[in-house]
Design a protein around this ligand. Sequence first.
Ligand code: SF4
Length: 346
Amino acid sequence: MASEYLHEPKHLNLKKDSDQPLLELKSLQTHFFSDEGTARAVDGVSYKILPGETLGVVGESGSGKSVTALSIMQLVPQPPGKIVGGEILFKGQSLLGMSEDEMRKIRGNEIAMIFQEPMTALNPVFTVGDQIVETVRVHRGLDKEEARAHAISMLEKVGIPSPETRVDEYPHQLSGGMRQRVMIAIAMSCDPSLLIADEPTTALDVTIQAQILDLIRGLQEEEGMSVLLITHDLAVIAEVAHHVAVMYAGKVVEYATVFELFDSPAHPYSLGLFRSLPDLAGPNEPLATIPGMVPPATRFPSGCRFHPRCSIATDLCKTDEPILGFLNGTDGRTVACHHIDEAAKL
Ligand code: SF4
């Protein structure tokens, strides 16, 4: 369907599925408790990331993508949030059983995260060099001189020109694209096994966005790390992902390779996301949109949570929640829908 979006990823030297996943979520549930009720922001999410793989997680705002990432890092504000069920396994070890001290060693060192707006993540009163130095001194125990040399080499690696000068500049002296490169330099400075990138290019213009995606892909090839890329933008997924998890209302509704998904999205929600891509509409055709909005996490509908927005919903959809099931004839592709055959005719 939309495979013209894809170019051959340069880094498909993935290990086989039999390899132990680097990260595995099993029925993860993160809820928020308030006077308005319980918000089931993440409500039974399962996916895995293999070593060296990029998993793209896509869905509209409010689908639970970012809360899942914060849950992995154990950065969900508690209260009001709480991981109430499921498991997070990293290199086979349960992160949920770890103490805060143990988690601190994992964060930055083993799993690093970059955010949409680097200005909120960078400290405005410290130079960019100081911020990298701080990270590597804490996690790697380098002395001041070694840490500064490492900071300069990281800035060079992420394509900052004149890194010996830029290292002493403050975040406000850099452009948005440069700041995102600095965030990536900080994240990569301890050589993590997993980089979580939450909407890393949303705030950037298209040219810079392409450069940042190239940078992430290049670093991944060089370093062999895995990437969890969260975005609402399918074009970004097409650039870098191997597998894709489509999330809706706190759940994964479809999981497929990027080629399977772009070739034939199986879930009506995935299909709706594709049909709202500008490049798929003809020059004079209006963009297709998915009617309605993602429901608030305090008031998910019964049955299939997508049913109020789905053009082929039946009475069964209103009462019975579909579970993720393997799609016939595929190798590990899963979809949560009662009427896959009908959806294929849409
Ligand atoms: Fe639509 Fe029913 Fe499938 Fe949900 S289960 S996506 S409502 S057809």
